[in-house]
Design a protein around this ligand. Structure first.
Ligand code: NAP
Length: 337
């Protein structure tokens, strides 16, 4: 197919605008032809500034059904994702869904079932870290150079979070990216989760326990500890060290000029997550466009979204109980092998 994939974007908030810009100005092979938002004014503004030829739809369902739309981008609020992804599958259209695939594991399972019934992949979930050049380089080393992985030590630190950020969001909104990327990095699935709360920072909000340490165990016995510290003050910092039986491998730091000045050695640390993974957003959507031009989907699948939802639920239970919570997965449908 040489014609551009005609994309409809549902949800024109922060990430919906950014993906629209990406498709219109950075990527090849697609154009945004349709926009929808809960607030039509918001969609209209994005149309005027980024996609003047697009049609603004009042209802997301009408956008999905439109004969002018080949593929759908779901960028609306998380609680709306399941219905829109199911709608896209029913229409037989490739669908890129921002995380989370659904807000419950049961909801994510409904999407897996619908896609399996359809018989071929249509859904890509926005787990963009799998497209990050640093994680890709780390995976190459983990797969071939350090022997069998034994442990992972990781950290996800945000400078600050708003007051409405509460304890479970450390899992659903923040750790969710580690949950997905470590399965991919280690070619393994989780069997248990535990959450430990160290001394709390005085910078935390009333309904947030911060920091947290999440302990995951995989089916091969690999132990993963992830520090989630979302008011760390100093920057946005993603760390990952894989310990293998023959060596260690570290996730590379983002590029930064080292300065020697006034008797100090300095590197800048990023503060905005958008800057940290900017390249991977481009690569994930380009991959989606390529697959969508053939009527299918690539990259992180509905199954990956479902497993992430099951694991998140276990981590939240572990936050609440302090216990080690077992994680068991149903058999993986052949579609996702
Ligand atoms: P946002 O700025 O709040 O944008 C969401 C938009 O969806 C808002 O304009 C909202 O309208 C609209 N919306 C809500 N319900 C809708 C419906 N039923 N139909 C159509 N539009 C609807 O949020 P965001 O930061 O862009 O996040 C959107 C999604 O992307 C979230 O699921 C988030 O977790 C995910 N995300 C992923 C990453 C990543 O790293 N992969 C990064 C950021 C966000 P109103 O404001 O009028 O409600």
């Amino acid at each position: 197919m040489t014609e551009k994939v005609r994309v409809g974007v549902i949800g024109t908030g922060m990430i919906g605008q950014d993906h629209t810009r990406r498709i219109q100005q950075v990527l090849t092979g697609a154009k945004v032809v349709a926009l929808n938002d809960y607030a039509p004014d918001a969609a209209e503004k994005v149309r005027a500034s980024l996609a003047p030829e697009a049609q603004v739809f009042e209802g997301a369902e009408d956008l999905i059904a439109s004969d002018n739309v080949d593929a759908v981008l779901v960028c609306s609020t998380g609680s709306t994702h399941e219905a829109f992804v199911l709608g896209a599958i029913a229409a037989g259209k490739p669908c890129f869904c921002e995380k989370p695939l659904a807000t419950t594991a049961v909801g994510a399972k409904r999407i897996v079932d619908a896609e399996v019934a359809h018989g071929s992949r249509l859904v890509q979930v926005g787990f963009m870290r799998r497209y990050d050049p640093g994680y890709i380089a780390l995976k190459e080393v983990v797969d071939s150079e350090i022997g069998q992985p034994l442990m992972v030590h990781a950290a996800h630190r945000n400078q600050t979070v708003p007051a409405q950020y509460v304890t479970p969001m450390a899992i659903h909104d923040t750790l969710i990216h580690e949950i997905d990327v470590f399965r991919w990095l280690l070619n393994d699935d989780y069997v248990s989760a535990q959450v430990i709360f160290p001394r709390a920072t005085s910078k935390k909000h009333a309904n947030l326990k911060d920091p947290q340490i999440v302990l995951l165990e995989t089916s091969k016995g690999i132990r993963i500890d992830v520090e989630v510290f979302v008011n760390c003050q100093y920057g946005y910092d993603i760390q990952c060290q894989v310990v293998g039986e023959e060596g260690l491998a570290y996730l590379p730091e983002p590029m930064s000029i080292t300065k020697r000045k006034n008797a100090t050695l300095q590197n800048t640390i990023l503060t905005d997550w958008k800057d940290r993974f900017i390249a991977s957003y481009d690569f994930e959507l380009q991959d989606f466009i390529k697959a969508a031009s053939n009527g299918t989907a690539a990259g992180p699948s509905s199954w990956d979204g479902y497993v992430a939802a099951i694991t998140s639920d276990a981590c939240v239970k572990a936050q609440e109980s302090g216990a080690i919570v077992p994680i068991s997965l149903p058999d993986r449908p052949a579609l996702y092998n």
